[in-house]
Design a protein around this ligand. Structure first.
Ligand SMILES: *Cc1c(COP(=O)(O)O)cnc(C)c1O
Length: 454
């Protein structure tokens, strides 16, 4: 038994539309769900990023903020909290995660550089590649076995990383990264042992180790529940141990910061921090606000601590599992086990008749919208499939449709409705058609691409 460890104080009506209306809107959006207006969406599971509900404590902190340009009280409150959790010396706020990425890779990236990770998130990869560097993913082999239940499918493949570090000159690898939880790999957690081993390996080669820590609290909760020796530790203790193995982290606080925007870089590397502060001032803002309103720093200071509350995390992880179980009851193939922030439909098993180069995940996501006004996102060959020499799409290892659950926003009734909508689509799956791209941008094409049915 789990239940929401909060009650609802403010409500917001959600739009209810007809299929005919949605067909028109999706056509106008060129079959790209990112291009829809949210007023045309009933249940929005596009992302868990910045879409959560803030607590009454956060809202009161917002009112209590100090909007000073330099030296704001709110900044020091934020720094105290981030330092308590991460232990890092330099704390640099940014307006969101990718601003932290851009700054980090502007300093450490560049042509000839190679940056390995368990799996880079899409914006992380884009920010690396934008500098001319190359992004490498070394997930464990079981990460692609969507039906296999295992505790830490988000782990780094340590052997592959070791081979990689041995076969490349040290100066070409400016850092090693781990994404926790592994967002693009299905929201699966990374074990403490794996974080520690990755850190040891990176350090034995003299290479800094960073954590992309957007969902550090959810990851810490899984460690507590699944890894031996952690059952009696607090989430804060576990988080602190995770960070103790790293030289720094980048964070999108729109996730486990329980806030609508925000991010940071935190590190013990003095030289890196100095360079980062210069870039911050050039493009984000002064070092005591980093592109955020000071009220955002207030909501983050409260939200980051609320995210460490075990009752909250129990509700969070179990609500994700609830949606997964409801889908399984309706025979929908999903990635197992459910992760920390989303349920991933396995589009390859859902729609085997549509090949990867025709984006089966996108076809399913469009139909789920048409059926019930539910917005999901494709994570497969549309998001990640590169172009080959003849401009053909090279298939991504997995084809998923992500149903990301905003924090503290939807009830289980909403999620049961989502499961029913998905079942209706599944029952008609042989009528679903493949898709092709008619327009795409050179980077992160899924955000703005135009598509049509083949
Ligand atoms: C969301 C996310 C980012 C990017 O953060 P934004 O705040 O969206 O810019 C980077 N890495 C991971 C793992 C993420 O989930």
């Amino acid at each position: 038994m789990f239940f929401e460890p909060f009650k609802i104080k403010v409500v917001e009506p959600i739009p209810v539309t007809t299929r005919e209306y949605r067909e028109q809107k999706l056509k106008e959006a060129h079959y790209n769900l990112f291009l829809l207006r949210s007023e045309d969406i009933t249940i929005d599971l596009l992302t868990d990023s910045g879409t959560g509900a803030m607590s009454s404590k956060q809202w009161s902190a917002v009112m209590d903020s100090d909007e000073a340009y330099a030296g704001s009280r709110s900044y020091y409150k934020f720094v105290d909290v981030v330092r308590t959790i991460t232990g890092f010396k330099h704390i640099i706020p940014t307006h969101q995660g990718r601003a932290a990425e851009r700054i980090l890779f502007s300093i450490l990236g560049g042509k000839g550089k190679k940056i390995p990770s368990n799996t880079h998130f899409d914006t992380t990869r884009a920010n690396i590649e934008y500098t001319g560097a190359e992004a490498y993913d070394f997930p464990t082999a079981i990460a692609f076995q969507t039906e296999l239940v295992a505790d830490f499918k988000g782990n780094m493949d340590i052997d592959k990383l070791e081979d990689f570090l041995k076969s490349n000159p040290r100066e070409n690898i400016p850092l090693v990264m781990i994404t926790a939880t592994n967002n693009s790999g299905g929201g699966q957690p990374v074990s403490m042992e794996n974080i520690r081993k990755t850190s040891e390996l990176a350090r034995s080669h003299g290479i800094p180790f960073f954590i992309d820590c957007c969902r550090f609290a959810e990851n810490a909760y899984f460690i507590k529940k699944r890894e031996e020796g952690y059952e009696d530790k607090t989430i804060l203790e576990i988080a602190r141990e995770m960070f103790s193995y790293a030289d720094g982290c980048i964070m999108s606080a729109k996730k486990d910061g329980l806030s609508n925007t925000g991010g940071f870089i935190a590190t013990n590397l003095d030289d890196l921090a100095e360079k980062a502060k210069v870039l911050l001032i050039v493009t984000e803002g002064f070092i005591t606000y980093g592109g955020l309103a000071r009220r955002d720093l207030e909501s983050l200071a409260v939200g980051l601590m609320e995210a460490l509350d075990e009752k909250y995390l129990e509700y969070r992880v179990n609500q994700v599992k609830f949606l997964g179980d409801e889908l399984l009851k309706r025979d929908i193939p999903i990635l197992l086990p459910t992760g920390g922030h989303a349920v991933y439909i396995d589009a390859k098993r859902f729609l085997p008749s549509v090949p990867p180069e025709q984006f089966p995940g996108q076809s399913i996501a469009c139909e789920i919208y048409l059926e019930g006004g539910v917005r999901a996102v494709e994570i497969g060959s549309l998001m990640f499939g590169k172009r080959g020499q003849n401009n053909e799409i090279i298939a991504n290892p997995f084809e998923l449709v992500r149903l990301a659950i905003p924090r503290r926003v939807y009830t289980n009734n909403h999620l049961e409705y989502v499961a029913d909508v998905t079942r209706n689509v599944y029952e008609r799956r042989e009528h679903l058609k493949g898709m092709r791209i008619v327009y795409e941008a050179p980077y992160l094409r899924h955000f703005t691409a135009h598509l049509e049915y083949v």
